[in-house]
Ligand binder design. Sequence first.
Ligand SMILES: Nc1ncnc2c1ncn2[C@@H]1O[C@H](COP(=O)(O)OP(=O)(O)O)[C@@H](O)[C@H]1O
Ligand SMILES: [Mg+2]
Length: 263
Amino acid sequence: MPDDLSTDMPMIQFDNVVKQFGDHVVLDHLKFEVARGDRVTLIGPSGSGKTTILRLLMTLETVNQGVIWIEGDRLTHEQKGSRLVPASEKYLRKVRRRIGMVFQQFNLFPNMNVIENITEAPIHVLGLDKAAATKRARELLDMVGLSDKETAHPTQLSGGQQQRVAIARALAMDPDILLLDEVTSALDPELVADVLDVLRNVAETTDITMLIVTHEMQFARDVSNRVMMFDKGRIVEEGDPTTIFTSPQNERTRTFLKAVLAD
Ligand SMILES: Nc1ncnc2c1ncn2[C@@H]1O[C@H](COP(=O)(O)OP(=O)(O)O)[C@@H](O)[C@H]1O
Ligand SMILES: [Mg+2]
């Protein structure tokens, strides 16, 4: 597809997405769009469906109804002639590699050292040669402040260091979209700032589209241009961070923010 057409498409579009587990409707006809380069923070009480949204985008879950579009391509279906068919594994791999995710629980490959963690997918998925992948990995390690940890194994790193490696690993795939799911929630408080600083730097120096689930409200204000408040699988309020954080209109947003800020 020519660039001049695709740049007008939303980077991410949820079109009436329903996701349920058994009878439990977790996302209820959810509709939203995210433009290329947007930084959107998702807030809302536990169980409101935030992680499910990110897992759907990673194709770790599938929708029950509705369609998710990634820059005009269906996430889970592909066009075969005039027919729309469930995506092949090959198609899914292609879509997936445009999207990087960092989870709350550090999930580095435990049997690989730091540089191997970062170069694994670029070599095996993108087909980069080892020298090029290593060069890029070293640049990213420098950016996350861990150049001296190349040969360390995950167990030898603090949680904060592991998260910074996980961020470098996601960026090594040169993603269009970065999904961050409470990446500092499992960290000791003194390790949070370094991880957030790395992410601020990513936000400032790239045009990667970011969906951020976080309870770090100052961080959300610093990096995001939009905040969406979720409750029971619906967006109850959205707007720019200053408006949402200083003068929320919705009662549930007010209650939620009060509880988070009181922590
Ligand atoms: N694999 C699953 N099986 C059953 N229920 C699930 C599963 N994953 C999530 N849920 C339920 O979906 C709801 C939304 O979960 P989640 O997206 O993790 O919310 P959040 O990230 O906002 O806390 C919760 O009630 C959760 O228990
Ligand atoms: Mg969650």
